[in-house]
Design a protein around this ligand. Sequence first.
Ligand SMILES: [Zn+2]
Length: 118
Amino acid sequence: MSQKPIPNGSTETDRSTETRARDQRANDGANERVATVVPPDASPARCPYCGRPFPTEQLCTLHLGERHRSEWTEEERERYESAYDTETNELFIFHLKVIGALVVTFFSFTYTYVFVWS
Ligand SMILES: [Zn+2]
């Protein structure tokens, strides 16, 4: 039985420390506008390796596949593949909705132009 390759959803490539520092400075301003503090009474999903909190278990599982591939267990790998498939399907549905909205918008303007303004 051949094992299918593990999908790598990361678009991040190896970057220099200087590039990361510049990105961090750019993100500092963004973090001031978005609340990123976990409320004291919340119990979010946490990464077992770095302790980072996530709003959902699925996001935590996807994080494991992006950041902790060398450390994860077989069960975590299987959960990652399942979560990756789910996310891919959700993204495909989202793209269909966007295309549908664009088509409706295009034909709305076209018919409005043809039947009302001409
Ligand atoms: Zn982590």
